[in-house]
Design a protein around this ligand. Structure first.
Ligand SMILES: Cc1cc2nc3c(=O)[nH]c(=O)nc-3n(C[C@H](O)[C@H](O)[C@H](O)COP(=O)(O)OP(=O)(O)OC[C@H]3O[C@@H](n4cnc5c(N)ncnc54)[C@H](O)[C@@H]3O)c2cc1C
Length: 264
């Protein structure tokens, strides 16, 4: 027998996300062999606003084997194509918005394979995509006495943006997990930040290196922002709340992707 809660979940209608804006790829730059910067632009970016760091956008990709994008329809639960399939959409951090040039920068991790990573590997200036957003960003707690920022490669764009937005007087400890030493990159030079890079060893689950490093800290900073592979983020939530007894209001922990599962 289904409970009232379950049937409510089944029939729940989610608020329609902002409409997609059709943009073209303007420039591509490799930040590292593992991270490709793609600058999108076009007149439809007019009116797009970013007020907080570590926000999100939905990126609508062309369907495999096609250069064109099909604008999906919101069903109340997901974006669907005319053939009933889920639209090829992935979530990224809107890394930089240039309102004069109407350009939006995304930094995309080049991992083994997936719709977005494959697109980022092959896209060329002039290619068309669409972007919807932004989704909620992160309000920095300027009253905190210190910050922990942590995550894997998918969180580097958000961590870099957070470093840029932090008050210069805020002491910050950052822990970043990379899959290879060549994925290490220059982050925003915040004056009071110590960044430790952790290379994930062979045979370890994603997020293991950064989670182990955080679990080994003698003392946790006052406020915490972490993001990355969902199971690793869940492990850290347990550490913060169950082991360390931290209050929910001091921790933001976001699962950005799931190991072994496509985001569709
Ligand atoms: C709020 C938010 C912000 C994000 N910001 C960024 C960002 O700025 N840059 C960025 O690159 N990603 C970011 N991500 C993560 C990104 O949405 C996912 O990594 C997404 O799954 C990539 O899509 P894909 O088509 O390449 O792979 P998918 O088709 O989703 O997955 C295919 C396979 O690849 C694996 N996989 C997916 N992502 C990764 C990864 N990062 N590393 C290793 N294996 C992976 C999956 O487990 C699966 O087995 C963000 C996610 C969220 C929720």
């Amino acid at each position: 027998m289904s409970t009232g809660d379950e049937s409510a979940a089944i029939t729940r209608i989610r608020r329609e996300p902002p409409p997609f804006r059709r943009l073209e790829v303007r420039r591509i730059e490799d930040l590292t062999p593992h991270m490709r910067r793609v600058v999108l632009g076009g007149p439809e970016l007019d009116g797009f606003e970013l007020d907080l760091p570590a926000a999100s956008v939905r990126l609508l990709l062309p369907q495999r084997g096609s250069d064109a994008i099909e604008m999906p329809v919101w069903t109340g639960n997901q974006f669907e194509l005319a053939n009933g399939e889920r639209a090829p959409i992935r979530t990224f951090t809107p890394r930089r918005l240039d309102v004069q040039r109407l350009e939006l920068t995304l930094d995309v991790v080049l991992h083994a394979t997936g719709a977005a990573t494959d697109w980022a590997r092959s896209t060329q200036p002039g290619d068309v995509v669409a972007v919807s957003g932004p989704g909620r960003g992160y309000e920095i707690d300027t009253d905190a006495s210190s910050y922990l920022l942590a995550g894997d490669e998918s969180a580097i764009p958000a961590i870099d943006q957070l470093l840029e937005a932090m008050p210069p007087s805020m002491p910050i400890t950052a822990h970043v997990e990379i899959t290879d030493p060549s994925a290490r990159m220059e982050l925003h030079a915040h004056p009071l930040t110590s960044v430790t890079w952790h290379v994930l060893g062979d045979g370890h689950e994603p997020g293991d290196a950064v989670a182990s490093a955080i679990e080994a800290l003698d003392e946790l900073p006052d406020a915490i922002w972490v993001a990355g592979e969902a199971a690793a983020v869940q492990r850290l939530r347990k550490h913060f709340f169950d082991t360390c007894g931290r209050s929910r209001s001091t921790v933001t922990a976001r699962g950005y992707w799931k190991h072994g599962r496509s985001a569709t």
